[in-house]
Design a protein around this ligand. Structure first.
Ligand code: LLP
Length: 422
């Protein structure tokens, strides 16, 4: 199901015409469908009915306050990886006890802030981090609920830059060190070791790497329990893929079936940290063609969005479907062209030799599946303004983050007097 469909010849977001929205907010802009966000959440969470499960939305995928608040209203917790994300989750109304603090490099200041906020769980990625949290928690007279993030040495079979669970990746603690570290943690002040965490990567389109990793975790739980250690929670991470092109990602119920199979009789509370799956397909990037040009025998559409707005194509060679907002005729001739941004980098490309119907300056395009790792990865490179984010809900529409302005962009810099003194 997509809420981005053609109606009366124009692409709509739910009941809102994207042509009209583009007139109002200007291009480029992000647009999220509240209906699709809600459906993605209820499909995911609903798949685990009957199990003790908390879905902690991975805020990094899309950290707009409206998006976090939408999930919070549906009962979601949050998975955060920085003080900024923690503050966002709290501000959006996520209860502190449903917040998981992940991340390979939490600083002592961040730990201090999270402990004072009574953050529900810390996912520990190394022995030095364990020692630091113990010290900070003990000094505050707090007991931090922790789980150890296991590096299970499983290849997630996804893009190498978003694979996290292979031996040698920077994440987690090696599987065969876990028993020792867990036992040590149980004796450290300020810590309440409660279980394990695993996250093997993102945009997984097959289930067997999950099963592999989960089975390793289950075996480890049995060993820890045999050692007399207390284990009552497992955090199984995120990673479930979405459709960018022609992938057939697993449905949540099949994913949940594996979880039931492996952990169903283990008497553990389960946490999941989905990000992309909840937001990716629920967002598009709308951009306008500035020029169409030909050079070196190739045809280019130069659009007003760029790699600073959506970096995935250039960073991961990621494919995003791109459709004209004005519905092309069924029999419109298609021809290959490159869709490129205005940034002064050869890599500022959204699509290479993509078959598109004829395009002209002024046409609007929708870059699909841009709701995850889109706006959050934006920068102001080339001194371009951060673009607006909008959300629609039926016929309602709202700007959930306005375009920044040049005074703010330039005004943040400080020119010391001695720079220009002769
Ligand atoms: N939990 C942890 C510990 C993570 O590191 C991540 C993602 C997630 C959960 C959420 O994973 P998801 O369900 O979204 O796959 N910028 C990249 C993706 C980076 C993912 C980083 N970690 C991209 O655009 O593809």
């Amino acid at each position: 199901m997509s809420s981005f469909e053609y109606r009366g010849g124009a692409l709509h977001a739910e009941d809102v015409s994207l042509t009209n929205l583009a007139e109002k907010v200007g291009t480029p802009f992000y647009c999220y469908s509240a209906e699709m966000l809600r459906k993605a959440y209820t499909d995911f969470a609903g798949a685990f009915a009957g199990l003790d499960v908390t879905v902690c939305y991975a805020v990094k995928a899309n950290s707009n306050q409206a998006v976090i608040a939408l999930f919070a209203a549906l009962g979601a917790g949050a998975d955060v990886v920085s003080e900024g994300e923690l503050r966002r989750a709290l501000a959006a109304g996520v209860p502190a006890d449903k917040i998981v603090f992940s991340g390979v490099g939490k600083t002592r200041d961040e730990m201090d802030m999270a402990l004072r906020a009574d953050c529900g769980q810390f996912n520990i990625e190394s022995e030095p981090e364990l020692a630091a949290l113990s010290e900070v928690a003990a000094s505050l007279g707090k007991s931090a609920t922790i789980v150890l993030r296991v590096n299970p040495d499983v290849d997630a079979d996804t893009h190498h830059k978003i694979s996290t669970g292979r031996a040698g990746d920077k994440f987690g603690i090696e599987l065969d060190r876990i028993r020792e570290v867990y036992a040590a943690a149980a004796k450290m002040p300020g810590l309440n070791p409660s279980g394990l965490a695993v996250h093997i990567g993102s945009q997984l389109t097959r289930l067997d790497p999950f099963r592999d990793a989960f089975e390793r975790i289950a075996a480890l739980v049995r060993e820890l329990r045999a050692d007399g250690l207390h284990v009552d929670r497992l955090d199984l991470g995120g990673g479930l893929g979405i459709v960018y092109r022609d992938e057939v990602p697993p449905v949540p119920t099949d994913y949940a079936e594996i979880v039931r199979d492996v952990f169903g009789d283990m008497d553990v509370a389960l946490t999941f940290e989905p990000g992309r799956r909840l937001t990716g397909e629920a967002g598009i990037l709308v951009t306008r063609v500035i020029y169409v040009k030909e050079s070196g025998g190739r045809k280019f559409a130069v659009v007003d969005a760029a790699m600073n707005d959506l970096i995935r194509p250039t960073l991961y060679e990621a494919w995003h479907d791109i459709d004209p907002v004005a519905q092309p005729a069924d029999d419109a001739a298609r021809m290959p062209l490159d869709i490129v941004g205005p940034v002064c980098e050869t890599g500022d490309v959204f699509a290479v030799q993509r078959d598109m119907p004829p395009l002209a300056a002024g046409d609007l395009l929708a870059v699909r599946s841009a709701g995850a790792y889109g706006a959050v990865m934006a920068s102001t490179y080339n001194s371009r303004l951060l673009i607006p984010e909008t959300m629609v809900n039926g016929s309602q529409e709202a700007v959930i983050r306005p375009r920044t302005d040049y005074d703010t962009l330039i005004g943040q810099d400080v020119v010391p007097g001695w720079v220009t003194a002769q």
